[in-house]
Design a protein around this ligand. Structure first.
Ligand code: HEM
Length: 107
């Protein structure tokens, strides 16, 4: 759905202060997002994650649709101790659009 992807691209501005995505994207305040949908948490090369994130990664956290919705709704509730300082996206349709758009970027 092109309209959903366009919405996702626009909404990603809320994330772009900390996360880059697309060709040549580098880590910044947050890890770069290429290939994030479907990826095991805490595995972007060269990014130093919080202990909270690495603990959940060790328990098998994968960034699929369900876990991304849960994390992005309320990051600090889903992951106590995360260093992602973001209030969250309360609107399901906004999360859906961002996740759909991110899924278009492969590794
Ligand atoms: C981590 C997505 C907004 C900073 C992550 C991760 C995802 C994500 C999926 C986990 C990455 C991994 O395991 O490799 C998003 C999305 C955002 C957003 C979609 C917007 C809706 C932000 C903002 C900031 C930020 C605004 C900075 C103020 C970080 C940091 C981490 C992180 C520092 C590492 C967390 C940790 O190690 O505990 N983000 N993020 N993010 N994000 Fe975001």
């Amino acid at each position: 759905d092109p309209a959903l992807l366009a919405e996702g691209e626009k909404l990603f501005r809320k994330c772009a202060a900390c996360h880059k995505v697309g060709e040549g994207a580098k880590n910044a305040t947050g890890p770069q997002m290429n290939g994030i949908v479907g990826r095991a948490a805490g595995t972007v090369d060269g990014f130093k994650y919080s202990k909270a994130l690495m603990d959940m990664a060790a328990e098998g956290l994968v960034w699929d649709d369900a876990s991304l919705h849960a994390f992005l709704t309320d990051p600090k509730k889903f992951m106590k101790g995360t260093k992602m300082s973001f209030a969250g996206l309360k609107k399901e349709e906004e999360r859906t659009a961002i996740i759909a758009w991110l899924a278009t970027f492969a590794e």
